[in-house]
Design a protein. Structure first.
Length: 368
């Protein structure tokens, strides 16, 4: 439990320390308060279960003894005091958090397990050792946003930093790495999953890739240290097959074989990022989509069950990042995922959509 708390503290911007007014101040509260103070992060002390402010306020004052500032009385059950608590939280966000959403620059998260070469790739692109690295797994000191300008476009690279050196939790490296990845992926347009060519694709790689896939981000797989392995004419084909098999849920991801050490194919990385960003924001006209769907239905009849056949009435694109489509049908139950995948493949054949997932929402419409 302590390890989980330390990981959460390490990755938080603001910490909500929730206590219980009915239980009163207990030893454990004091121990947690000491741990939070050492983090030097903004802390909002919350006293829960204050269902009656008049009755419980004298008990709330006891929590001043923790030395964490003014306690915020709330009742989660009765939804009391939540607005004041949130106002207190927002005070700690600063300007940057609010401005980030307005930042239109492409944001690229470099993700992957520790020591696969994430920071080395950014250093090579940048041309300087901005992100301090060493050969020991997980020694990048922190997640750093690095701005790189190329051909007049500014790119913001988010290095997820496997682990901070000062962190003592050896057995929690993987979980910590996952938490870091989630926060970076949520801020990016495109995720670049870095895999170590000398190790091949591992279970942890597939877990990290899943984070970007589930959040609908553009995806590039960069196989790093390609210069460090012995190769013949079948090596790249074999590695590609292995990656595609283990990441079968994301066949759309672009695959590059690179070397941060030598700079091999790194210029190609920028070209691929540009293409994926464009595809991630691509809109297709409704008329064209319905032509593609009508042709697909004519080539491969929709499934039926107990004499009732699936009918597809209409398709339209409702959003981008990722491109999201709504298909209106007569019966949602008849729309098997394999037929949805078939329609997706037909759309991809027409428009490519390389490097980006496509999302489909199935809606029922009564037959006239």
């Amino acid at each position: 439990m302590r390890e989980q708390a330390e990981i959460a503290i390490e990755t938080a911007d603001v910490i909500l320390f929730v206590t219980d007014v009915r239980q009163g101040l207990v030893d454990a509260d004091g121990k947690v308060a000491d741990m939070l103070r050492r983090s030097q992060k903004p802390i909002v002390l919350v006293v829960n279960k204050v269902d009656n402010f008049e009755k419980f306020m004298p008990d709330v004052y006891e929590f001043y003894n923790l030395g964490l500032g003014d306690p915020q009385p709330i009742s989660a059950a009765s939804q009391l005091g939540l607005g004041d608590m949130l106002d207190e939280v927002v005070k700690h966000f600063g300007e940057n958090a609010l401005n980030e959403e307005e930042d239109e620059r492409p944001r690229i998260a470099i993700i992957g397990k520790p020591n696969v070469g994430k920071s080395s790739i950014i250093n090579k692109l940048l041309g300087e050792d901005r992100v301090i690295v060493s050969n020991i797994a997980g020694t990048t000191r922190d997640a750093i946003d690095t701005t790189i300008k190329r051909n007049g476009t500014e790119y913001v690279f988010i290095d997820t930093a496997g682990l901070r050196r000062k962190n003592k939790i050896k057995e929690e490296i993987e979980r910590y790495s996952i938490i870091r990845t989630v926060s970076a992926v949520e801020r990016c347009n495109v995720a670049v999953l870095v895999i170590d060519a000398t190790e091949g694709i591992t279970d942890q790689d597939t877990k990290i890739a899943g984070i970007a896939h589930e959040r609908g981000k553009g995806m590039i797989i960069a196989v790093n240290k390609w210069d460090a392995i012995e190769k013949n004419d079948k090596t790249m084909k074999k590695f590609t097959e292995d990656v595609r098999e283990k990441l079968s849920y994301m066949p759309y991801a672009e695959l590059l074989f690179i070397s941060a050490e030598t700079g091999q194919r790194l210029p190609k990385l920028f070209e691929t990022i540009d293409m994926v960003i464009e595809n991630h924001s691509l809109r297709v006209a409704t008329g064209v989509l319905n032509e593609i769907m009508a042709e697909a239905v004519a080539l491969n009849q929709p499934p039926s069950d107990k004499g009732k056949r699936l009918r597809l009435y209409y398709i339209t694109q409702v959003s981008v990042k990722p491109p999201t489509f709504v298909i209106f049908v007569n019966d949602k139950e008849l729309m098997h995922f394999s037929y949805t995948r078939y329609i997706e493949n037909k759309i991809r054949e027409a428009f490519g959509f390389k490097g980006t997932p496509l999302k489909f929402i199935i809606r029922e419409r009564k037959e006239k």
